[in-house]
Design a protein around this ligand. Sequence first.
Ligand code: HEM
Ligand SMILES: *[C@@H]1O[C@H](CO)[C@@H](O)[C@H](O)[C@H]1NC(C)=O
Length: 506
Amino acid sequence: MELLLTVICGVITLISLVLFFVWNRLRYWKLRQIPHDEPLMFLGNMRPNTHQSTPMNQLYKKYKGTGPFCGLYFFMTPAVLTLDLDLVKKVLIKDFTNFSDRGFFSNQVDDPLSAHLLTLDGKGWRLLRNKLSPTFTSKQMKFMFPSVVEVGHRFVKTLSEIIGEQNSELIEIKDLNARFTTDVIGSCAFGLECNSLTDPNAEFRKYGRLIFEEQNHHALILGFMQSSPKLARLLRMRMTRRDVEKFFMEAVRGTVEYREKNNIRKNDFMSLLIDLKNNKPIYSEDGKQVDTSGLTMEELAAQAFLFWVAGFETSSSTMTYAIYELARNTDIQDKLRQSINEVLEKHDGELTYESLKEMHYFDQVFDETLRFYPIVPFLQRIAASDYSSTSDPKYKIEKGSLIFIPVEAIHYDPEIYPNPCTFDPERFSSEEKAKRDTVAYLPFGEGPRNCVGLRFGKMQAIIGLVSLIRNFKFSWCEETPTKLQYDPAQILLATRHGIHLKVEKV
Ligand code: HEM
Ligand SMILES: *[C@@H]1O[C@H](CO)[C@@H](O)[C@H](O)[C@H]1NC(C)=O
C-alpha cells in the first residue's frame, strides 16, 4: 500500500515537473514582452498540415514595424523571427561570428550520412567549409560544364521521344526535371551514368524520391528533431532512412575503390573528395593552399550525400517553377526564347560556358523565379552568445536562441517588392536591383554560410532550362493546377502534386 502511494506521488511529481517546464517555456516571449502569438501545447505556433513557413509569413506581416524581431514558438522552442533587414544583415553578415551555427540535427555516430556541411556547426563546420570550397570555384564549374551540357542533350532527346510524331503532348514536368538533375549530379559528383532520364525507375532516382517524398519520420517527429536536435541526438534518433544509407554507402565505396584501384582522375566532385581523403594539396580560388587534414571514408560519403541531396531537388524544383510560370506567361517565354537564340547565334548556336554570362534576360527570369518560389523558405541560425540587437534591453537575444530569417515573407513584402504576387522579371533589371538592399533577396542565403553550391545549382538549372526553352514550347492545359500547393511534410518548398503541362516542339 505504502509502495503504491510512493509510486503514485512520484508519477504525479514527474508529470507536474514536465508540465511546469513546458508551461514555463511557452511563456518565454510573454515574460520578455516581445510581440508574439499565443502558442499551442507541443505545436507552438506551428500547425499540422501547414507548411512551416506559413506561420512565419503571418507573424512577419502582423508584427513588422514593432521592432527588430518578434517571438515565434517553433514547436516547443522559443525562437527569434527577424522583422527588419538591418537585423538580417547583422545576423548573416556583419556579426557572423555571433551567429555561425545553424543548430540543425546531425548524429555522426548513429547516422553518419547526417553529418555534413549543412548540418555541422562550430569548428567542424569551419574546417569542412574550407576544405570543400575549392570544389565550387568557377574554374571547377568550367571543367564540369561539358558533362552537364551532355546531360542537357539527353534531356532534349528524352522529351522529343515522349512527344514522338504528335505535334503536342501532355507531360508531367516535375519528375522529368528531377530525372535531369539526378543525372547531372550522378555524372558530376560520382562520374556515374545514372540514366534516370531513359529509365524513370533508375536506382538513383528511386532513392532520391524516397528521401524527399517518403521521409523517415512523420512531420511532427521531424519538427521535434529540428527544434530539439540535442535531445534527438541523445535519444539516438536518425534522419536518414536505412535503405537510403545502405544504397548510398555502397555506391560511394564502390566508386572510390574503383577509382583508386584504376588510378582514375576526373574533373568532378568525387575526385576532389578523394584528394581530400588522401591528403593531396588543395587550392582555393585565390591560389592559396587550403589547410586540409584529410577526410575519413564516412565523412567523404556524407559530403557526397549532401551534394546529391542538396543538389538535385533544389535545382530541379527551381526549373519546375520557372517552366510553370513561363507556361502561364507565354509572352515572357517568347521573349526569353528570342533572347536565348540571340545570344547563342553569337556563339555558333553552341551553348558554351562563355555564352551563359551573356544571358541577362535569362538571369532575370531565374532570379524572379526564386523570389516567387524561394525553395528554402527560411534561414536558420543560433546565437553563440548573448546579443544586443538594439539599445533596448528588451531586445536582447539570449545565448543559444534559435533565429529564423523569413525569406519567403521578405520576398513577398509589398514595401520591398510592389505587387509581390505578380511574376515580373523586370524586377531584376540592373537598375531595379541596385535600388534594393542586398539582403532583400535571399534564395541562397548570405554571408560566410551561404549556399556553397550556388554556382553549380545555377549552372545546371540554366543548362536544363535553356535546352528546354530552345526546343520546346510550354503552355497550361486543363490538367495544370492553377494554384500550387506546397507539401507541408517537407522543409523545402516542394509541390504536393506533379505539374502537367502541354508541350510542343518549337
Ligand atoms: C537552385 C538551387 C539551390 C538553392 C536555391 C540553394 C539554397 C540554399 C540555401 C538557402 C542555403 C542556406 C544558406 C544560409 O543559411 O545562409 C544553402 C546551403 C547549402 N547548399 Fe544550396 N542551394 C541550391 C543548390 C545547391 C547545390 C547544387 C549544392 C551542392 C552541390 C548545394 C549545397 C549546399 C550546401 C553544402 C549548403 C550548406 C553550406 C554551409 O552551411 O556552409 N546547394 N543552399
Ligand atoms: C558578439 O559576441 C561577442 C563575443 O562572444 C560579444 O562580446 C559581443 O558582445 C557580441 N555582439 C553583440 C552585438 O552583442
